[in-house]
Design a protein around this ligand. Structure first.
Ligand SMILES: [Zn+2]
Length: 81
């Protein structure tokens, strides 16, 4: 199932908060099958490009976000590279 995650990241240049949205279908997926507990998915974000809306500084974020239970956003550890 497609999930969408929206997170804010602080621009490394001017500290403005930049909003980014991630759709799960665009990222590499790792599957963890917990049997009766269902399936958990990890989506790997590698150097996803963002541009600050205030100073136009370009930067990237990397990390992972997780879907668990299926169809629901669980958590993420995305951060500025
Ligand atoms: Zn900025």
């Amino acid at each position: 199932m497609e999930i969408f995650v929206v997170e804010d990241f602080k621009c490394p240049n001017c500290d403005n908060m930049v909003s980014a949205s991630f759709s799960s279908s665009k990222f590499n997926k790792n599957t963890f099958d917990y049997g009766n507990m269902g399936v958990r998915y990890e989506y790997e974000v590698d150097s996803f490009p963002l541009q600050c809306t205030v100073c136009s500084h370009q930067f990237t974020v990397s990390g992972s976000f997780w879907e668990y239970p299926e169809g629901a956003f669980e958590t993420s550890d995305l951060k500025v590279d």
